[in-house]
Each structure stands twice: as C-alpha cells, then as structure tokens.
Design a protein around this ligand. Sequence first.
Ligand code: NMX
Ligand code: MLT
Length: 494
Amino acid sequence: MGRSLLKTRSRQVLKCGEYYWKLSSLRSYSDGGSLKEVLAKKIPQEREKMLGIKCLHGDKKLGVIKVSNVMGGQRGLLLLMCDTSYVDPNKGIFYRGIPLKEVCAKLPRTQKGSKEGTPEGAFFLLTAGKMPNKKQAKAVTTEWQKRGKLPDYCFKLLDSMDKRVHPMAQFCAASAALNPESKFVEAYNKGAKKPKYWEYIYEDSMNLCAFLPTVASVIYCNIFKGGKGNRKLDSSKDWSDNFCNMMGYKDSSFVDLMRLYLILHADHESGNVSAHTTQLVGSALSDPYLSFSAGMCGLAGPLHGLANQEVLVWLDKLVAAIGCEPSDEQILKFINDTLKSGRVVPGYGHAVLRQTDPRFSLQNAFAMKNCKDDPGVKLVTRLWKLIPKVLKELGKVANPYPNVDAHSGVLLQHYGMNEMKYYTVLFGVSRALGVLPQLIWARALGAPIERPKSFTTDFLCKFLSKSKKGTKGKKGKKGKKSRKNRKGKKSKKC
Ligand code: NMX
Ligand code: MLT
C-alpha cells in the first residue's frame, strides 16, 4: 500500500474511532484502580487498536480452509479472536500471556494462611489483562461477597428440583433462571447505546460470579446431603472458602485445593465448547445468565467437562475389576478392553494440546505435596505412564497424554468429596471466570452476531467437480466428463 493511502486509511481509522466510540468522552484511570476502572481505561485503547487492524488489514488472509477442516469440527482453523488466554499445543494454557504455572505462583495470596492465590485474582487477570496486586484481588473478593445474596426465587427453583435431575442440568437451569437480575436486559430495554453495553455485561458477570458458590452448594446439599447445609455467605471468607463452607467442607487444605482447582479450570481460550457456546449465544445479545447457561450445557457433555465424572466412573470400574494395586499387565488389558468396547479412555486426548496438560501436572504437583500416598493419586500417576503407550499404538489419537480431567476426581475424593456426578459443577463454577471476561470484551469491542455461512453437500460436490476440472485442464478427457457432470441434473459422483 502506498504511503499516502496508508496515511489516509490511518486518518479514517482515527476518525471512525472518535466518531463511533467517542474516545474523548471516556475518563482515564490509573493502573492501580479497581477492576472496572482498569477496564474503562483499557477498553478505548483496545477499540482503537481493533478498528485500526480492521481498517488497515481487513482483507489480509489468515490461511486456507480445507474440506477436511470443515468436516473435522473446524479443527486447525484460525477463526476466533480471544485475548484472555491462549493454548500452545506443547506448553498448554497461558492466561494473558503468562504460563499457568507462573500464574499460580504469582497470584497474590490474599487469605491468611493460604498457600494458593485466589480465583478472584485470576478473574482480575483474565478480565483486565494484568496481574492484580493484593488490594485489587482482595477488592474482587469483597465485591463478590457484597453481591452474592441469591434471590429467593432461585432457592425455590433449586429446592423444587427432583433429585434425579443431574447436577449439571440443575446448574444450567439455575444460571438461566437468574436472568431477571440482568442489568444488561434492563439497560437494553431502556435504549442503552452499544459503546455502553460492556458496563452492564460487566455488572451481570460480577453478580453471576458472586451467586455461583451459593447456587452450586445448594445443588450439592440438596442432592447429596438431604438439603442440609449453610446457605449464608460469610464476609470473612473468600469465594472458595465460602463455597467449601456452604458444602460442609472446613479443612483448610481442601479449601486451598478448591482455590487451585477454580484457578486451573477457568479458561482455555475460546474454541472449546463451553467458551464458544457462551460467546455464540452472547453474540445475539442474550444476557450473560442465558449465555453462561448455554455454555454450561456444552460443558455437561462427556467429551468436554463431564469427562471428570467419567474418569472416576472408569477408575471405579478398574478397581472393581482388578483391585487397588493391579499389575501393569492387568491395567493394560483393562485399557485395551475399554477401547475394544468402542469407548474412549476418559481424561486422555485433546483437540489442541499435544503434550501432558499443565493443568494435570499442577494438580499432580499438589497431590505430591499433600497426599502422595493416596491410592487414587498413586493409580492416576501410574496410569499417566501406561495409557499414552496404548493410545499411541492405536495410531489415530492425536494426543495420547492426560488432560485436566484425568486428575481432579481423585484429589476431590482424597478430601471426602465422593459424589462424582457433581464434579462437572465445580468445573462450571470455575469456567465462569474465563467465559464471562470473554463476554465483557466481546461487547466492549462491539463483536457482531456470529453467523457463519453453511453449504449443502450438493454444493460441495459441484464445487469439487469444478475444481477437479480446473486441475485436469480444459481439454483433458476427464475435464470433458466433469463438464458433462456440470450439465447433468445432479453431480453425485464427487
Ligand atoms: N481414547 C480413545 N480414543 C481416543 C481418545 C481417547 N482418550 N482420544 C481420541 N481418540 C480417538 C477419537 O475418538 C478419534 O477416533 P475416530 O476417528 O475413530 O472417531 C481419533 O482418536 C482421533 O481423535 P483426535 O483427533 O485425537 O481427538 P479429537 O480432537 O477429535 O477429540 C477429545 C478430542 C478430547 C474429544 C478426545 O481426545 C476424547 O474423546 N478424549 C476422551 C474424553 C475426554 O477426556 N474429554 C475431556 C477433554 C478436556 N475437557 O475437559 O474438555
Ligand atoms: C477445556 O478446558 O475447555 C478443555 O481442555 C477442552 C478444550 O480446550 O478444547
């Protein structure tokens, strides 16, 4: 592009920036401020950057789309933009550019005596894009304590649920049912303007996060503890501690495990089913309660979050079949029998990762420090060495190594949480910390409604016979055949 054209384009960018987002009317805030203040400062800069990229580079190509990509679950296509986190196939997840291990090490320890950072700090990091200081992380904890009183109608809904309704179905129902609380819906109906949407999505996200420990603990106590349990938030406790306390767990080591768990499961860029569903539904301007609920319906699938339940079901079957301390040969036979029966080995494999998931390794490190002699932990650690060998031999599994779900259940069981049907709810509570910041940013940057174009098989066959013709040359015999095909009524021979 010529210099003068570039200048004109850049001027246009600034012009649209000023016009559309009214940059000058937004206050500027210091970096040490609250989460909302940091966001309010960052958003105008990011809007300007995005607008510039779109205006200057909108027609650049990011790659080619192969038929196999489309038919293979869009694997490998660069289709989504997400700044909260990024998955490197070999190194795993980075929150805002920081490897997860470092995130865990650096998050401020705000609770006296705790060895872990808080999920509230992780929410700050994912949302604001910077590591919070102690005061900032603590401020999120205080905000969530203040906002956390669950409306009565939600308690009533949960109390009315039949115990056979799966905990994840209850979690999805309660999250969606909270939508009368939506500040976004209220503002939208009053005619709020697009540049302001993010502020209401932010309010809804903060409130939803604040409600989740109560929602999730009521589900736990209703299904597994005969409805008994404390339903009140304690202002001296952080988010995780309140959650554990309301479920009836007081052990400080378990609370630390919960803090770690809720940090580790929060975000995994935006292509995974729960994050993408939340984004997709949010793009129709459905409020965060509905969008999150939709994402959670996706997390409830056995190939996604429900795998943490499936792992424990599978381990229980293994122990029932071959005992607590089986030989390697017995384990290998059990794995092969699983595969022969047409089932996957839960907790292993990944669509993007090509190495052991660092979230698995971090849980294993916690286990080695706190409960290395636990029989479940020992078994999971042994399986880590054996399962990849078997999966590699199949020759079709892209990633034979363990993912996040392979470890979490045995740690929970060590502390007495044996209700495996409940495990995915814990994953869901954590996932809010990633998908909601993604939603705030989508509205802040004015992301449009998602609507990819689909095509019919017939279109594909016609397209393929045309491209076949192109490669064979116009005069070739086969070229003529395909021209005939094109004239024919249906081109089914692709
Ligand atoms: N056990 C047996 N077969 C497997 C496994 C596994 N753990 N992982 C992949 N395969 C098979 C897969 O079923 C497919 O077979 P086919 O062609 O006959 O349909 C083949 O290997 C190729 O699949 P991949 O390209 O390796 O995996 P893909 O990207 O399609 O799927 C998962 C990724 C995670 C869905 C898959 O690895 C899986 O089903 N794992 C077990 C379930 C699980 O642990 N899910 C949790 C993922 C993490 N999370 O929390 O969401
Ligand atoms: C996740 O955490 O969402 C899972 O690892 C699945 C994924 O990233 O595809």
